[in-house]
Design a binder for this molecule. Sequence first.
Ligand SMILES: [Zn+2]
Length: 155
Amino acid sequence: MTKPLTSKSRREFIARTNEHLKSMKAGLVHELAAEFRPDNAGTGGGSLDTAELASMELEQNMTVILSKRDRDRIIEIDHALKRMAEANYGMCEACGFEITTERLKVMPFTRHCRDCKQDQEREAKTHYRGDDREQERSKGVGSSSAEDEINQQSK
Ligand SMILES: [Zn+2]
């Protein structure tokens, strides 16, 4: 009932982002599928299109074939697409207001407006125990430099 009206330009922006995320996801899955199944790499145009193949691969083999980082990315994309389908995309989960288009352009997966995110980060710093998920992510990015990153973070 209290949802703000969505302007036309906002809807167009979300539609464009939707297309962008879908192709991003298809690209990720396609890349990974090709990497793990070289037999199929040359036969590109089968009976399934990339999107269908992508969702099949995802359901059947996701936990096996995808690295954690790419899996996280695809899960983020899926969440964003789901929120778009439910018309919740771009709404802050904490305060319920629209996240600005500018912010969504930079961070299409964000679920919080800038204010709420800042509040959370302040909270996180207050309750910092040195074992949070941000560090998990850094580890995944490059295992060789992970220790350096952690050292820098814990300054
Ligand atoms: Zn908010």
